[in-house]
Every structure is written in C-alpha cells, then in structure tokens.
Design a protein around this ligand. Structure first.
Ligand SMILES: NC(=O)c1ccc[n+]([C@@H]2O[C@H](COP(=O)([O-])OP(=O)(O)OC[C@H]3O[C@@H](n4cnc5c(N)ncnc54)[C@H](O)[C@@H]3O)[C@@H](O)[C@H]2O)c1
Length: 266
C-alpha cells in the first residue's frame, strides 16, 4: 500500500496551469511544483508568469512560463507543444484562468458576454480538448482540473455572465469526465468562493461603484455571510487542487469540490 508521501508525490509528472501568474493559479503552481511536478505556467501577463517561475525555482522546483491566451484554440495547441518540448509529456491540466467583471444584467453588452464566456467556458473546453488529445495519443491517461465557482451554483447578483460561464464549466466537467473515462482521463472541478486575490480586490472596487457601499462595509458583509467568518486564501484552494491531482483522487471523476468556507450553506 502506498504511503501518504507517495500518494502526494508528483515527481516526473508534467502539469499545465493556465493563469498561473497571480492569485489562485499561482498558489496551485507552487503546490504542484512542491509535490515534485514540472509546471508550465501560462498567462497573458508573461511578467506575472515569470514571477511565479522565479518563486518556484527559488524553492528548488521546476517551472517555465509561456505567454498564452486561455481563450484561444491556437494558444492551447501552442501550450501543449511547448509543454511536451520542455517536459516531454503532459499529465495534468489545471484550467484556472478566468475573469469576473461586474455588471448589472441589463447592462451586459454582447461584447462583455462574449469576453467572459470565451475565456471562462470556451477556453476551458478548448484547453481540455487540446490536452486530452495529447493524453489520448500517448495512452497514459491524465487529469484535468477545471476552476468552477460557487457562482456557478447560486447567483448573488451583478455577475450573470459569470454565473452562466461557471455553471457551464460544471456541466462541461461532468460531460467530459463521462466521455474521457475510457481513456483514463479524470476530469474534476473545484468551486471556490470568497478567496482573497488581485481579481477579487478589483471586484470589490467594481461592486463599490455599482452599489455605493464602502469597501470596508462590503468586506464586513462578505465575512458575515461566511459561516467560517472570514474569506479564504489562494493556498486553501491550491491544497484541494493538489488532492485532486494526487493519487488520493484516482477513483474520482466528474466531481465538483466546493471550497467556500461554508458560503453555500448560508
Ligand atoms: N477569487 C475567488 O474568490 C474565486 C472564486 C471562485 C472562482 N474563482 C476562479 O478562480 C480562477 C482564478 O481567480 P483569481 O481570483 O485567482 O483571479 P486573478 O484575477 O487574481 O488572477 C487571474 C490570472 O489569470 C490571468 N489571465 C487573465 N486572463 C487571461 C487569459 N485570457 N489567458 C491567460 N491568463 C489570463 C491573469 O493575468 C492573472 O494572472 C478564475 O477562474 C476565477 O473565476 C475565483
């Protein structure tokens, strides 16, 4: 029987994390590298991606960054090739990149709808499809972990486009899990809620403009709604992604793991 450290050992595994330059994606990249995996970090912001690489290398890990748009099919293929060139194989894809701009539903323009759905939902599909193609060809199986959200399960207002995109990610995760199971490709998702990142700081500013509430008032409102009484840290999501990437989750597919401090209970 494998020991606990063997179960979490990702030595020799090659992983891709989209949007790994900051926030949750950076925390995931750091944990996967700490477990021994080589990490290809993609980001539209190459400087941010390179910063994560430097942090991983400083800790003795293996990583490279590539500038790639997580909504582009050609960049998905470019990322797959760059990962094979760098690390020789692909074992794990984490579809993390996503945006959540605030807008009242009656003011969502077609362009904004397309921007959010193109990245959060279509991009998740395009990257999963491109990487699964490689995994099917090599016949080695693999793992795909998508970033859903509590917003894909319950609306809270002012992000209907985002709610729709993450609801789509949840169903895409289950549909791909079903069809890819014969290839031993496991597809799961994590659904975080209320994690402190650069992205949520920006949302706070946008919500302030939309609601007229102060940032302090909104932070207090959010913490009050959290049964655990606080917002979460990116690493608290990364640890759950590490679990799904590890051998501990080898009999799980099509699952959505909520990491929200109990928010959906409130
Ligand atoms: N923070 C939360 O509370 C929370 C809750 C639920 C779900 N999520 C999801 O987690 C993921 C990460 O969120 P975060 O809060 O860390 O975001 P963030 O904005 O802090 O970081 C996102 C990263 O993705 C990169 N990025 C943006 N657009 C990109 C594109 N087109 N291609 C490649 N990279 C791109 C950014 O440069 C940045 O490095 C998103 O999918 C988000 O929807 C976050």
């Amino acid at each position: 029987m494998a020991t606990i450290s063997e179960l979490f050992d990702l030595s020799g595994k090659s992983t891709i994390v989209t949007g790994g330059g900051t926030g949750i994606g950076q925390a995931i990249s750091m944990r996967l590298a700490e477990a021994g995996a080589s990490v290809m970090i993609t980001d539209i912001n190459l400087e941010a991606g390179n910063q994560t690489v430097e942090m991983i290398k400083a800790d003795g890990g293996k990583a490279q960054a590539i500038q790639a748009d997580a909504s582009s099919s050609s960049d998905a293929k470019k990322t797959a090739q760059a990962t094979i060139d760098a690390f020789g194989r692909i074992d794990i894809l984490v579809n993390n990149a996503g945006i959540y701009p605030v807008s009242p539903v009656m003011e969502i323009s077609e362009a904004l709808w397309d921007r959010v759905l193109d990245l959060n939902l279509k991009g998740t599909f395009l990257y999963a499809q491109s990487i699964a193609e490689v995994m099917i060809k090599t016949g080695q199986g693999g793992k795909i972990i998508n970033m859903a959200s509590v917003d894909g399960m319950r609306p809270t207002g002012l992000v209907a486009h985002y709610n729709a995109s993450k609801g789509g990610v949840i169903m895409l995760t289950k549909a791909m899990a079903l069809e890819l199971a014969p290839h031993r490709i496991l597809v799961n998702a994590v659904a975080p809620g209320g994690i402190i990142t650069t992205g949520t700081a920006q949302t706070g500013v946008e919500m302030q403009q939309a609601t007229g509430k102060s940032l302090e008032q909104m932070a207090e409102d959010i913490s009050k709604r959290m049964p655990l009484g606080r917002m979460g840290e990116p690493d608290e999501v990364a640890r759950v992604v590490l679990f799904l990437a590890s051998r501990c989750a080898d009999y799980m597919t099509g699952e959505i793991v909520v990491v929200d401090g109990g928010y959906l209970l409130s």
